[in-house]
Design a protein around this ligand. Structure first.
Ligand code: AMP
Length: 210
C-alpha cells in the first residue's frame, strides 16, 4: 500500500501513528493541520485566513484546503493525516488522484469514544522544534517540558482547551458518517480500535495493510 488516509476524531491517534506508518509503508506524511499551523506561525496570508477558524475548532473552507492539498500531495505515495474531513473533500481528493491515474489504497478509521478524546487532547504536549507528540500520563517526556528527541520546548496547542475540544468533537460527529459511507462504498474502509497504547494500536493496524 502506498496511498493511505488516516481518519478519526481529533485525539484519535492519527498523528501518533503517522510516523510509524510512514516508515512501514516508506512514504511521506502529509498533515494538513501541521501545514496550516505553520502558515499561521509564519504569518502568511493563508495563515491569516485560517487562524480564526482553527482557534474556534471549525473547519477551514473546502476550497482553501483543496488548494493546500494540491500543492503538497505527492500522488505516488502518502500517509495523509487530516484530509479529507468531509465528503466534498473526499471527492476532490478522488479527482486529484484520478488525473494522476491512481486512487487511495486504504482509509484507516481510528475508532475512539469521546472520553478518550478529551483525556488524550487535554494532556497532549508537542515539541516546538521537531513536532514530537507526548501525553503527560501515557507518553510523558523524561524531563518535564523538554523533548526527549531534540531537547526542544514542549507546548500545548491553543485549540487543545476544553471548549474547543468539545467543538472539534461535534464537528467530527457531523461529518464522520458521510465519509465512512463514502469509503465503505469504495471498499477502502479499514476500521481500527484506536484506544490504548501507541504500540498496541500500531500492531492492530499493521496486519490490515498487508
Ligand atoms: P488537526 O491538526 O488535524 O486537528 O487540525 C487543526 C485544525 O486545522 C482543524 O480544527 C481545522 O480548523 C483545520 N483543518 C485541518 N484539516 C482540515 C480540513 N481537512 N478541512 C478543513 N479544516 C481543516
Amino acid at each position: 500500500m502506498k496511498r493511505v488516509i488516516l481518519f478519526g476524531a481529533p485525539g484519535s491517534g492519527k498523528g501518533t501513528q503517522s510516523g510509524s506508518l510512514s516508515e512501514f509503508l516508506r512514504v511521506n506524511v502529509i498533515s494538513l493541520g501541521d501545514i496550516l499551523r505553520k502558515e499561521v506561525k509564519d504569518g502568511t496570508a493563508l495563515g491569516g485566513e485560517v487562524k480564526g477558524f482553527m482557534e474556534k475548532g471549525l473547519l477551514v473552507s473546502d476550497e482553501l484546503v483543496g488548494r493546500v492539498i494540491e500543492a503538497n500531495l505527492n500522488p505516488n505515495g502518502f500517509v495523509l493525516d487530516g484530509y479529507p474531513r468531509n465528503v466534498a473533500q473526499a471527492e476532490n481528493l478522488e479527482a486529484i488522484l484520478k488525473t494522476n491515474n491512481c486512487d487511495i489504497d486504504a482509509f484507516i478509521y481510528f475508532d475512539v469514544d469521546e472520553s478518550t478524546v478529551i483525556e488524550r487532547l487535554s494532556k497532549r504536549r508537542i515539541c516546538k522544534q521537531c513536532g514530537a507528540l507526548y501525553h503527560l500520563k501515557n507518553m510523558p517526556p523524561q524531563k518535564c517540558g523538554v523533548c526527549d528527541k531534540c531537547a526542544g520546548e514542549l507546548y500545548q496547542r491553543k485549540d487543545d482547551n476544553p471548549e474547543t475540544i468539545k467543538k472539534r468533537w461535534e464537528v467530527f460527529l457531523e461529518e464522520n458518517q458521510g465519509l465512512v459511507d463514502f469509503y465503505t462504498s469504495r471498499n477502502k474502509l479499514i476500521k481500527v480500535d484506536a484506544r490504548g497504547q501507541k504500540d498496541d494500536v500500531f500492531e492492530r493496524i499493521k496486519p490490515k495493510l498487508q
